[in-house]
Design a protein around this ligand. Structure first.
Ligand code: 5RP
Length: 252
């Protein structure tokens, strides 16, 4: 990847220490600078992408952007965009998008991602796979040397039918990496978390790195009962990272 050195951001000016949310906002606003009037845009999901959607709404309202069509990656983002007055459509009517902007849970040095800790991985992957450009926006805490090796969850969306069976099959696939799967549940009620597509999510945790990511992806997708997983391999075209030292851009 082509790395462009950090540009000073407000986070590094005057010794001001910005919060993680402020860094997310800086990355999001930088990404929106790439949005032009007339574009069909993939609108991401999560606390980082939310800032980008807010900014697009603001620029539309100010008349600085015109004729934007947004394709939301979740019902939450659809509701947010509707409130902001962003005209919306879907992949049936717009199968090719100009640009998508979205956050990520983990980003490795090759710009492979883990997504879906917010639960929207399937629609995110469908929309972002249909984009000419996909800008990933993160604060520096999301950078990892290997995805799936951080001890954090790697989400897999599955059908609810016999979910325990699918969970076991997933664990068996990655036995050597010490994989443990957990059904995602709503805090409080303890009921299974249900995605926008009425599916469940299994969060996989690994003791060791999973090694060949493409082989892991293929193996997961071959399991009947699996709908999609949260590894986004070779999909991002630009990475924007906001850190206390400034904002960096990496293009693939
Ligand atoms: C949702 C996602 C989000 O992009 C990811 O979880 C990052 O979220 P946040 O910007 O809140 O850290 O993949 O499914």
């Amino acid at each position: 990847p082509l790395m462009v050195s950090p540009q000073p951001s407000p986070s590094s000016r005057g010794g001001v220490c910005l919060s993680q949310d402020e860094l997310k906002k800086i990355a999001a606003y930088k990404a929106v600078e790439f949005v032009q009037s007339g574009m069909v845009l993939g609108l991401g999901t999560g606390s980082t992408a939310k800032h980008a959607v807010d900014r697009i709404g603001e620029l539309l309202k100010q008349g600085k952007l015109k004729n934007i069509v947004g394709i939301p990656t979740s019902e939450i983002t659809r509701n947010q965009a509707e409130k902001l007055g962003i005209p919306l459509s879907d992949l049936d009517d717009h199968p090719i998008l100009d640009l998508a902007i979205d956050g990520a849970d983990e980003v490795d040095p090759d710009m492979n991602l883990v997504k879906g800790r917010g639960g929207s991985l399937l629609r995110e992957k469908m929309v972002e796979a249909a984009c000419k450009k996909f800008i990933v926006i993160v604060d520096e805490s999301k950078l990892v040397s290997h995805i799936g090796g951080s001890g954090l969850a790697m989400p897999v969306e599955i059908v609810p039918f016999c979910w325990k069976f699918t969970l076991k099959r997933l664990e068996m696939l990655f036995m050597e990496a010490g994989c443990v799967g957990k059904l995602r549940r709503f805090e409080g009620s303890g009921d299974p978390f249900v995605t926008d597509n009425k599916n469940y999510i299994i969060d996989l945790y690994f003791d060791k790195e999973i090694g060949d990511l493409k082989a892991a992806s293929d193996a997961i997708l071959r399991l009947a009962g699996v709908v999609e997983h949260g590894m986004f391999l070779d999909m991002a075209t630009t990475l924007i990272v906001a850190s206390k030292n400034g904002v960096s851009f990496t293009n693939k």
